[in-house]
Design a protein around this ligand. Structure first.
Ligand code: 3H9
Length: 699
């Protein structure tokens, strides 16, 4: 293996160069090479040293693939300390994204110069970790406790200009960074500036209130998470203790976070998200179709949000509605959303106007004839969707991709009404479509490879996280939600209240409890869907007695001011009122159910194990390509806590045998109509294997 770190003298300046594609992560070989090079440079005739990287970025952090394995010497804090101890000025030259351990290498260097396009950050918290190579101690010494806390607890990188303002870097350049870094190093040597060691700077003086405020805020914003709280401990230690003692606090906190199931879950999500972008059986060199103009059919909440995604990515969009009135409403929603973006500082007024101008409205199908992609986003009615696709077949140009945003319907059936089923695909956005990151890309039986590859690529351009799903009712996400919703409603009628059920699920980590989700989505949606089904297909009547009765008395959810909860029209504050309570009790009485107290852990197990069980069917049927794709769907589309790693990772963490036994217990108690362990779960549990092991054995 070639050494990823090289060293050369450029006249009087020593240049250490790292070349470890794709992101110059600090693998064992890089750490060893860097340590060797800095020691050699410290001893030779050079007057100052530059550390730089080849390729697209400065070091983007520790090598995450090494986490969880036996640590190998030298480990990063040792390397960073050696850089700082170097007797000659060391300049770090930053381009791309200097992140995590990479930025800590820069902080250990005596000076930092960056390309104006560079970004720097300490994103460890997103992996359930904290900066573990002196970052928690050096950042507050350079930029103050508040900046350090913001940088580390958000994990969001900042542009070079912000880093310069806050003192995290010293100089910004445009153009030739390697040459500018060498000039800077020479200038420092000429000026005899010496080695400015961050560890020797005075600690900032902060009072205890700042840390108390951050702890309180983080206990709400990052509920249940370990790393953000530990970061506050470390920064407080940086303000109170000498560098060596603060570093010891950091070391201990880092080790605790690294060993936590939360970090294991978040690290799993990092790789799961990237794996989801890979499509099994799709040749890497599949030629892509060129997409410049997009048509969107339906200017409701969904269609408007979808249109914005494409406009934001620089594409021209025609938004189609049946009449002027509906079109006007849709365009108004778009205006409002952009105005909101400006207000929240997401974009300037000029950017919003320029982006908004890419969306034009139409009521004439003929205006979609020039589009290379057309996305249908009308309401869930199969016949209507089929009519639209038949029309599209007539007007769309050859090679145009025809996509449906359906949440449930059979994409094969929709494709079959066209003479070009190979051009048809599902693109299932999540509401609000301009904000939610998830995109289910539904591969129908005849979808062409280049259509799928183009949509996967395009989803990156519109900043979505795509997950491929096969065709089935509800695809991955909504199909799994059925059992989750059923159990939530059964817990309600058996003795829970909206408050106890939501508290159990939110306490466990769900972003929003199921009762609030039902109210937000509208109880009438499920009601209408059930009315359209023969009675035998509606499912367990005990599971929908309460929502149906609420709808029939006009309580449709948040939009009508009341559903399971009632809502303050101004503040949207919600409370469980007497009317809802009486209705729940009356429905239970009507069905002869004797209500009982249901413990939080029973609620959690019933809802989460229902998800897992359906997920097992979905992976075994090949609807999801891999178990981790389901985790991505749930974390990015359904508010599942990322630090639990998604439902399938969680199942492995609990142990499949435990999950299986609990589901068998539920079968005993509640009957096999709702509880029958999925065959894959049963098999793996009996073989004492994990789902990850099963997935690996197929690769
Ligand atoms: C840390 O530093 C701890 C220290 O404080 C203390 C230690 C003691 N390691 O995202 P992309 C791979 S914690 C290994 O698609 P982009 C990635 O899996 C770390 N591999 O590209 C992918 O592989 P594949 C703190 C990594 O341009 C490929 O590179 N740092 C790492 O959209 C391309 O990645 C972070 O958390 C890594 N660190 O985004 C930064 N990073 O092609 C994590 C990437 O096989 N990384 N890979 O799927 C990122 O945020 C983004 O990757 C980055 C590039 C912005 C750099």
């Amino acid at each position: 293996m070639t050494n990823p770190v090289s060293y050369s003298l450029v006249d009087d300046i020593g240049v250490i160069s790292i070349n470890n594609p794709p992101v110059n992560a600090l693998s064992h070989a890089v750490r060893s090479g860097l340590l060797e090079a800095i020691e050699a440079a410290g001893r030779d005739d050079s007057r100052a040293i530059v550390i730089q990287c080849e390729g697209r970025t400065f070091i983007a952090g520790a090598d995450i693939t090494e986490f969880g394995k036996q640590p190998l010497d030298p480990w990063l804090p040792q390397v960073v300390d050696a850089i700082e101890a170097c007797p000659k000025p060391v300049v770090a030259a930053l381009h791309g994204t200097a992140l995590g351990g990479g930025f800590e290498v820069a902080l250990g260097s005596h000076y930092r110069i960056a390309l104006e396009s560079a970004r720097v950050g300490l994103p460890e918290v997103k992996l359930g970790l904290l900066p573990g190579a002196g970052g928690t101690q050096r950042t507050p010494r350079l930029a103050g406790a508040r900046t350090a806390l913001d940088l580390m607890t958000s994990g969001t990188p900042v542009p070079a200009s912000t880093a310069l303002e806050t003192g995290l870097i010293d100089r910004i350049v445009a153009g030739d960074l390697p040459a500018a870094a060498i000039d800077y190093a020479r200038e420092l040597a000429d000026r005899a500036s010496g080695c400015r060691r961050t560890s020797e700077l005075a600690s900032p003086d902060e009072d205890a209130q700042l840390f108390a405020d951050y702890r309180a805020e983080l206990s709400k914003k990052a509920r249940g998470q370990l790393a953000p709280q530990k970061i506050v401990d470390c920064v407080e230690a940086a303000c109170r203790l000498p560098f060596a003692e603060g570093s010891a606090v950091e070391r201990e906190a880092f080790a605790e976070c690294m060993a936590s199931p939360q970090s294991a879950g978040l690290r799993h999500m990092f790789f799961a998200e990237r794996a989801a972008a890979r499509v099994d059986g799709l040749p890497r060199n599949t030629a892509l179709r060129d997409i410049r103009r997009v048509g969107v059919i339906g200017a409701g909440t969904m269609g408007s949000g979808i249109a914005m995604n494409f406009a934001n990515a620089g594409l021209e969009v025609s938004l189609l509605e049946v009449d002027d009135e509906a079109l006007k409403r849709g365009l108004k929603t778009i205006e409002k959303n952009y105005a909101g973006g400006v207000k929240r500082g997401k974009m300037s007024e000029a950017q919003a106007a320029e982006t908004r101008a890419r969306i034009s409205g139409t009521t004439d199908y003929a205006s979609l004839a020039g589009a290379e992609l057309i996305v249908e986003a009308v309401f869930e009615n199969l016949e209507l969707k089929k009519d639209i696709f038949a029309k599209l077949d007539e007007i769309a140009k050859p090679g145009a991709i025809l996509a449906t945003n359906t949440s449930y319907q059979d994409v094969n059936e929709i494709a079959a009404v066209t003479g070009r089923p190979e051009d048809v695909i599902g693109l299932h956005f999540f509401s609000p479509a301009h904000i939610m990151k998830l995109l289910e890309v539904v591969r129908a039986d005849k979808t062409a490879d280049d259509v799928l590859a183009t949509c996967m690529k395009l989803s990156k351009a519109i900043r979505k996280i795509p997950v491929v799903s096969g065709v089935c009712y509800g695809f991955i996400g909504n199909r799994m939600l059925k059992g989750y919703g059923r159990e939530a409603n059964l817990c309600l009628i058996e003795g829970g209240t909206p408050e106890t059920i939501d508290a159990a699920m939110q306490g466990w980590g769900m972003a929003m409890g199921p009762m609030r989700v039902f109210d937000l989505a509208g109880l009438d949606v499920g009601y209408k869907a059930r009315q359209g089904l023969p009675e035998a297909e509606r499912g367990d009547p005990r599971a929908f007695a309460i929502p149906d009765a609420l709808v029939e008395m006009g309580r449709l959810g948040q939009k009508s001011g009341a559903g399971l909860y009632s809502y303050d029209p101004e503040t949207r504050d919600y409370r469980f009122d007497d009317e809802s309570k009486a209705l729940i009790e009356a429905q239970a009485g009507k069905l002869g159910i004797e209500r009982r107290d249901i413990a939080a852990d029973e609620i959690v197990d019933r809802l989460i194990y229902a998800l897992i069980n359906e997920g097992m069917h979905i992976v075994e049927e090949g609807i999801a390509q891999r178990p981790s794709d389901i985790d991505v769907v749930y974390v990015y589309g359904y508010g599942f806590p990322a630090w639990r790693g998604g439902p399938m990772f969680y199942a492995d963490a609990v142990g499949l045998a435990t999950v299986y036994e609990r589901i068998c217990e539920f079968r005993e108690r509640f009957g096999s109509d709702n509880w029958e362990p999925a065959p894959l779960l049963e098999r793996l549990a009996k073989e004492n294997r994990s789902l990850a092991d099963w997935a690996d054995s197929r690769d």
